[in-house]
Design a protein around this ligand. Structure first.
Ligand code: HEC
Length: 430
C-alpha cells in the first residue's frame, strides 16, 4: 500500500489510499524538544481529568483502567494523546457547537477547547508533576448506587448463564411487582452483575397481570421505561417530571448478552427512587423507526429517513440514536408548521460502542403539526472496520450483524398534566 502511494505521488497522481490507520498502541516517544509551559499535573491536569475522565476511569469504574494518579496517567500517556486528539475520548459524538455558542446538551461530555489544548500540551511536554500543595481534593465515587439508595430494587428472577463464546439470542425475563399503589419514578439505575458481558438491557413496564411475550418485551419500537448500555446506566429526571410505575406492574427485562471469553452468570437489577410528590408531567419515550430498511451490499453511505407528524404540542427532552455496527451518522430535524427547519441533534460520527443519550440543556417544544424527521446513515462497505460482511444486503434484525434504524425521543406533553390518565399517544409510526 505504501509502495502504491509512493509510486502515485512520484508520478504526480493522488495515491489510491491516501491515509491508513495503524491499529494498536500509540508508542510514547519522549518529545524531542519538550514544550516549555507552566502547566503541571497538580495545578491543572489532575483537575481536567477529574472533571472529564475519572467518572469512568476510576478503580472499579466502567473504563478498563484508572487515571486517578500521576503514575496511572504516565503509563497511559501515549494512548491518551492519541484518543484525546482524535476526539475518541471522552466519548461524545454530537457535533460541537459553533465557536462562541454554548453547548445545547445538559450531559455534554466533550472536552472544552482550553482543557483539550492544555491536556495535549502537557502530555506532549516532559509532564511536570508540580507542587502537591496545589492539588485538588481527590474525587470520590459512589461504590453503591449512583442515584442514591433506591426505594425499590427489581431484579431478574434468576441468574442467567452466559456462555464463554458465540452469539446469544436475546433473553426476556419478567418480574411482577407487588406495589399496592401507583408510584412515580424520579430516578432509575440499571445494574448488571456481569457488566463485562452485558451489551444492553431494555426495561419495560406493563399493566398488572400482563402476560408479556418476547415480542412485546423486545419490541424496541414503542419506546421503553429504562435502558442500559455501557456509559448510560442511570438517570434522574428534573423536579416535576417522573415516569409512572402502575400498581402491580409487571417489569420485563430484555437482555442482550455478548459472550466475552469467560462463562459467567448475570442477575441484572433496576433500582428506582420514587418522587416525593406527584409530578407535573409524565415522561414518555417514542421511537422513530424504519423497519423495512434495506442496506445494499458495499454501500458506503446509505441513508434511511423516517418522518412523523407530531399530534400534540410536544416538548422534547432527549434523543438516543440507535443503530448497529454499520451505523455511521445520525440526525434529528424538526420542521415547524411555518415551514422552518431546525437541526435538533447532529451526530456526524456515530459509534456503535457508545449508545449515548443526548439530553437537551433547554427542552424544545414542537407545536402540534410539526414534522419530526430522523435520518440514519450506514456504511456497509469494506472500509468500515466494524463491518462483519460487506457482501450482505442488510435488513432489520436484533443481532449486531443485522441493523436497526431507531431514533428514540424522550418527551412530555405540556398540555397534558401527569394526573390525567394517559391518552393513547401513538406517535410510533407504521
Ligand atoms: C463515559 C466513560 C468514559 C469517559 C468519560 C472517558 N473514558 Fe476513556 N475509556 C472508557 C472505556 C469504557 C474505555 C475502553 C473501551 C474503549 O476503548 O472504547 C476507554 C478507553 C480509553 C483509552 C484507551 C483506548 C485504547 O484503545 O486502548 C484511553 C487512552 C482513554 N480512555 C482516555 C480517556 C481520557 C483521557 C478521558 C478524559 C479526557 C476519558 N478517557 C474519558 C470510558 C470513558
Amino acid at each position: 500500500m505504501l509502495r502504491d502511494a509512493l509510486t502515485a505521488v512520484l508520478a504526480g497522481k493522488v495515491p489510491p489510499v491516501a491515509a491508513t490507520e495503524a491499529p494498536g498502541c500509540a508508542l510514547d516517544f519522549k518529545p524531542a524538544a519538550a514544550l516549555v509551559s507552566n502547566l503541571t499535573y497538580h495545578n491543572r491536569i489532575s483537575r481536567i481529568l477529574q472533571n472529564n475522565c475519572l467518572e469512568c476511569h476510576h478503580t472499579g469504574g466502567l473504563a478498563p483502567f484508572s487515571l486517578e494518579t500521576y503514575d496511572d496517567v504516565k503509563s497511559h500517556a501515549g494512548m491518551m494523546r492519541k484518543q484525546v486528539s482524535r476526539d475518541v475520548m471522552p466519548p461524545w459524538f454530537a457535533a460541537l457547537p459553533a465557536p462562541g455558542e454554548a453547548s445545547h446538551w445538559a450531559n455534554d461530555r466533550s472536552l472544552a477547547p482550553s482543557d483539550k489544548a492544555d491536556l495535549l500540551a502537557w502530555l506532549a511536554s516532559d509532564r511536570p508533576l508540580g507542587d502537591p500543595a496545589e492539588a485538588p481534593l481527590a474525587r470520590t465515587f459512589p461504590t453503591d448506587w449512583e442515584i442514591g439508595q433506591p426505594d425499590l430494587v427489581v431484579q431478574l428472577p434468576r441468574a442467567v448463564a452466559i456462555k464463554a463464546e458465540g452469539v446469544m439470542a436475546y433473553q426476556t425475563l419478567t418480574v411482577e411487582t407487588t406495589l399496592a399503589e401507583d408510584k412515580w419514578v424520579q430516578a432509575f439505575e440499571v445494574r448488571p452483575t456481569a457488566r463485562e458481558a452485558v451489551h444492553h438491557v431494555i426495561v419495560k413496564v406493563h399493566a398488572a397481570g400482563t402476560k408479556v411475550n418476547e415480542r412485546e418485551a423486545g419490541s424496541e419500537r414503542d419506546g421503553f421505561f429504562a435502558a442500559y448500555v455501557p456509559g448510560n446506566s442511570h438517570h434522574t429526571f428534573p423536579a416535576g417530571f417522573a415516569k409512572k410505575l402502575p400498581a402491580g406492574a409487571v417489569v420485563s427485562f430484555q437482555m442482550h448478552y455478548t459472550p466475552n471469553g469467560k462463562a459467567t452468570t448475570d442477575r441484572t437489577m433496576i433500582g428506582l427512587v420514587f418522587a416525593k410528590e406527584p409530578p407535573r408531567h409524565t415522561i414518555r419515550v417514542a421511537g422513530l423507526s424504519a423497519p423495512r430498511l434495506s442496506i445494499p451490499p458495499g454501500a458506503p453511505n446509505h441513508l434511511e429517513t423516517t418522518t412523523i407528524t407530531v399530534p400534540y404540542d410536544t416538548t422534547l427532552l432527549a434523543f438516543t440514536p440507535h443503530m448497529h455496527v454499520r451505523g455511521k451518522a445520525a440526525r434529528y430535524e424538526a420542521t415547524l408548521p411555518d415551514g422552518t427547519t431546525r437541526v435538533l441533534l447532529d451526530v456526524p460520527r456515530y459509534d456503535f460502542n457508545w449508545q449515548l443519550t443526548y439530553q437537551l440543556a433547554e427542552p424544545i417544544t414542537l407545536p402540534r403539526g410539526s414534522k419530526l424527521t430522523y435520518h440514519a446513515w450506514y456504511d456497509n462497505s469494506p472500509a468500515n472496520p466494524a463491518n462483519p460482511d460487506p457482501a450482505k444486503n442488510v435488513r432489520w434484525g436484533p443481532q449486531t450483524f443485522d441493523e436497526m434504524m431507531l431514533g428514540y425521543v424522550e418527551y412530555y406533553l405540556p398540555g397534558q398534566p401527569a394526573a390525567t390518565p394517559a391518552k393513547s399517544v401513538s406517535v410510533n409510526i407504521r
